[in-house]
Design a protein. Structure first.
Length: 251
């Protein structure tokens, strides 16, 4: 039987004309902000407008503490902050699996993990979603900001050698097998980026660009800086998260 957090996944007869969908948000979430929460809501509106998907649920999947990044709080704190941030949501849940791993987990592996949980070997007889008297496979897709999609075509220098940030084989899995909802960010022209890069252009029909009608550029990095400088972070993230940060003396 299933062991993943599923209490907010819709257990009802879905519209057979639509594709059942679960969104996965991978990231540091150090701390989680209102922008992270709004990404799911913007995607939900876009999905409703499209009319071809039925959103069953969504997950925050915080990265492992083994991901050596400045300002990254211990994984249990980040998981708890995400849980507190989603208490009022009827859709968003938090999966601690990736966060609990000792080493960083590639995004392609995380998406496959959810697919195994929901549709595959870990789901058992309850795989997918019940639609009437038959079971249907649930589509698993990544949700990300425009800055992440730009990183798909970025390079970094390691040991004096210029190497791509993402393995091409991983992008084949992420975009080819699963697909991605991308939230537009200020200064990031996602459509132009998809046009310019061969691999992204190859999978352009698997990338759904979500327009941000009210631009929100809240940054976890700036939140941490505000805390360090003793500045107010109220109304930038949920009160329960602010209270947790204060109580645990984070950042």
């Amino acid at each position: 039987s299933r062991t993943y957090p599923s209490w907010r996944v819709l257990n009802k007869t879905i519209d057979p004309s639509k594709i059942p969908l679960v969104l996965i948000g991978c990231g540091s979430y150090s701390p989680v902000t209102y922008l992270h929460l709004r990404m799911f809501e913007m995607a939900k509106d876009h999905i409703t407008e499209r009319g071809d998907f039925e959103l069953l649920g969504a997950y925050f999947s915080p990265v492992s503490s083994g991901y050596k990044k400045g300002g990254l709080a211990f994984h249990k704190h980040r998981v708890r902050m995400c849980e507190l941030a989603t208490l009022a949501s009827d859709c968003i849940m938090v999966d601690p699996w990736e966060a609990a791993q000792d080493e960083p987990v590639r995004t392609a592996v995380v998406l496959q993990h959810f697919d195994d949980w929901i549709n595959g070997r870990e789901a058992g007889e309850e795989w997918g979603i019940l639609a009437g008297e038959t079971r249907r496979k649930v589509r698993i897709m990544l949700i990300a900001g425009g800055d992440l999609i730009q990183s798909f075509a970025s390079y970094e220098v390691r040991d004096g050698i210029k190497k791509p940030v993402w393995l091409e084989s991983d992008l084949d899995i992420i975009l080819g097998n699963f697909g991605c909802f991308v939230i537009e960010r200020t200064g990031a022209d996602v459509h132009d980026f998809l046009l310019q890069h061969d691999l992204l252009h190859k999978y352009r029909r698997q990338v759904y660009v979500v327009k941000q009608f009210i631009h929100n550029d809240i940054s976890s990095t700036k939140i941490r800086l505000f805390i360090k400088r003793g500045m107010s972070i109220k109304y930038l993230l949920p009160d329960a998260v602010i209270e947790y940060i204060s109580r645990k003396a984070l950042y």
